[in-house]
Design a protein around this ligand. Structure first.
Ligand SMILES: CC(C)(COP(=O)(O)OP(=O)(O)OC[C@H]1O[C@@H](n2cnc3c(N)ncnc32)[C@H](O)[C@@H]1OP(=O)(O)O)[C@@H](O)C(=O)NCCC(=O)NCCS
Length: 160
């Protein structure tokens, strides 16, 4: 968990139950990442949804070390991204990681996300400053305002 902010927290059964319960009756999403062969729970993937701005921010953690580096993170990320890109209420899908988290950078770049911005020297790893990279990809929501202005331009054209 070198690059996750969870590294600063100790979890108990109760804190995990509270975490899971916090998603109930909310717009946010949580999935367990499990190995199909054994049903072993190796990690979680979450989506925080900002309904006002129609943003969906994906977070992922493969906590089981033996589950890392085997393609599961990429598979989970791409599956959730594919689902979010079908949602007509989502304008933009985002994700972020530290610059040195090369696996996360690879996952976000290989699925077509592009760099939105860099927050320079934002976090500390072993007291060394780390850039935070923010990636995004468009969702399929488009502004009805745009539709209205296109329609009204068209009708102005027609009326001329
Ligand atoms: C980061 C994390 C989600 C990546 O998932 P993963 O299952 O380990 O990664 P994958 O096996 O799917 O690999 C994805 C890509 O990264 C590459 N990669 C994997 N581990 C890597 C490493 N240590 N260094 C460089 N590249 C790496 C893979 O080769 C693959 O690239 P490719 O498509 O070119 O082959 C997972 O390791 C994890 O949860 N780590 C701990 C917590 C964390 O960092 N969470 C993210 C916080 S933003």
């Amino acid at each position: 968990m070198a690059y996750s902010e969870q590294r600063h927290r100790a979890h108990s059964l109760e804190s995990c139950q509270l975490f899971v319960a916090s998603f109930a009756n909310s717009q946010h999403l949580l999935w367990a990442i499990e190995l199909t062969a054994t049903n072993e729970h190796i990690g979680n993937i979450t989506v925080s949804i900002d309904t006002n701005n129609r943003l969906a921010d994906i977070g992922i953690l493969i906590g089981a070390q033996h589950g890392q580096g085997k393609g599961f993170g990429q598979l989970a990320w791409n599956t959730v991204l594919q689902y979010l890109r079908t949602r007509i209420d989502i304008y933009k899908i985002t994700g972020g990681c530290m610059h040195s988290n090369r696996a996360m950078v690879r996952i976000m770049e290989s699925c077509g996300m592009t760099l939105d911005c860099v927050r320079a020297n934002h976090y500390l790893i072993n007291d060394a400053p780390q850039d935070l990279l923010y990636y995004s990809i468009p969702g399929c929501w488009t502004s009805t305002q745009q539709h209205f202005s296109t329609t009204s331009n068209q009708s102005q054209e027609t009326n001329r």
